[in-house]
Design a protein around this ligand. Structure first.
Ligand code: ASP
Length: 407
């Protein structure tokens, strides 16, 4: 398709997606439980996206790394990506801490006995567990369970090994080039489902939570906390726009125009992994350096979660304030470090941040039951932070792509 045709298609998609989000919100608001009847359409879209993740991540990383040519370049790309992602995550947590200190959302909260949801007891996660999660004894089982981090590590090593095999290696890389191309075509097909899928996901989720009145009541109960998280996410999104302009030298509006479909899909699915196929497609349309995109985006969708990191910082300070525990400067620095780690450890699936928050709560000695305090509106804040997570990944690809393209 020509550039003009692509631009036209993207604009049409943007309006369709906006209409889907708005009409989904209205339908869920007024339709309540009745909107469960369309839930299957959302499930269809979500499952189709998930179906693409494993082959796309594998083919994208293998061809991306193999295309770099040598291990030195891989090292530079890896270091650039990790350095950039870590820095933006630290900025995100700092903004979260700032907002929690400014808004003081937990002070004066009507304190009720809370209990931690079962998922929070799923297991305590420490630094060593995080390092151990880089490898898996059975790569097929890891792929089957959608454990992307060990899959990515395996694919990086596999591609690096292929590059030492010359001709034989090139044949295997050629095969994965074909797989990658086919995946991108299939993603375009699945994208046609996006407006209907987004409508159904939003309408059914809002409906399931009791419709508009119930949602507004939940939101009002935790209004200051929600405001602290949302204003933090907005501030961080603005910082990302600035980085996009200053470091990647891109027009923010044009890049956002390309990203409309993945960002709205992130909002409706609450999963950055499920959104990854669409982010890949959009960033490719935006003309980001191809090798960088193939390597940086899957890595970002797995370890770079700015929105999650920010939200964990606000949530932990909120819980401390609600329990009447004052966290001093040193303890807030501990929150900064552990929330960064917790966000890296969180999977790109709904409410994963709620589980890894255990790391942060444990580090500053707060009761896990505090998670119960913020549960009511987590499904909504999850969508907002996932949108920022995906935006952060896409900005990272543009920045690393520019640095790498010039190197
Ligand atoms: N749902 C988020 C994501 O997929 C992770 C989280 O914060 O729960 O990016």
């Amino acid at each position: 398709m020509s550039r003009v045709g692509e631009g036209h298609r993207e604009r049409r998609m943007l309006w369709l997606m906006l209409a889907a989000i708005l009409s989904g919100g209205v339908a869920g608001y007024y339709g309540g439980e009745a909107m469960q009847s369309v839930a299957w359409l959302g499930e269809l879209f979500l499952t189709a996206l998930k179906m693409m993740i494993v082959p796309l991540v594998a083919a994208s990383i293998i061809t991306g790394v193999a295309g770099l040519g040598n291990v030195r370049k891989l090292g530079r790309m890896g270091a650039l990506s990790l350095g950039y992602y870590m820095s933006t995550t630290l900025i995100a947590v700092s903004i979260g801490l700032l907002m929690a200190n400014l808004w003081q959302p937990g002070h004066g909260v009507e304190w009720k006995q809370a209990s931690a949801p079962d998922i929070a007891h799923a297991g305590n996660i420490g630094v060593t567990d995080l390092i151990l999660s880089l490898v898996h004894p059975n790569i097929i089982a890891a792929a089957a369970d959608m454990k992307l981090l060990p899959l990515i590590v395996f694919c990086i090593l596999f591609a690096a090994a292929l590059s030492t095999l010359e001709q034989k290696g090139a044949a295997v890389v050629g095969f994965f080039e074909g797989v990658n191309g086919a995946m991108m075509v299939m993603v375009e097909w699945i994208m046609l489902l996006a407006p209907v899928g987004v409508f159904a996901l939003i309408a059914s989720k809002l409906g399931a939570s009791g419709g508009g009145d119930a949602f507004l009541a939940q939101l009002a109960g935790l209004a200051k906390y929600a405001l602290a998280v949302l204003s933090g996410l907005l501030t961080h999104a603005l910082v990302l726009c600035l980085l996009l302009f200053l470091l990647a030298r891109r027009s923010v509006m044009a890049y956002l125009g390309h990203l409309a479909t993945p960002l709205m899909t992130a909002f409706s699915t609450a999963s950055s992994s499920a959104t990854l196929p669409l982010t890949m497609e959009a960033v490719s349309m935006a003309g980001v350096h191809d090798r960088a995109r193939r390597f940086v985006l899957p890595l970002g969708a797995t370890i770079n979660m700015d929105g999650t990191a920010l939200y964990e910082a606000v949530a932990v300070l909120f819980i401390a304030q609600a329990y009447g525990i004052e966290l001093g400067f040193a303890q807030q620095v501990l929150v900064l470090l552990t929330a960064t780690m917790a966000a890296i450890g969180a999977a790109g699936i709904p409410e994963a941040g709620l589980v890894t928050m255990v790391i942060v709560l444990g580090a500053v000695g707060l009761p896990l039951d505090g998670i119960g305090l913020i549960l009511a509106i987590d499904w909504f804040l999850d969508r907002c932070r996932t949108t920022v997570n995906v935006f952060g990944d896409a900005v990272g690809a543009a920045v690393v792509g520019r640095w790498f393209g010039r190197a």
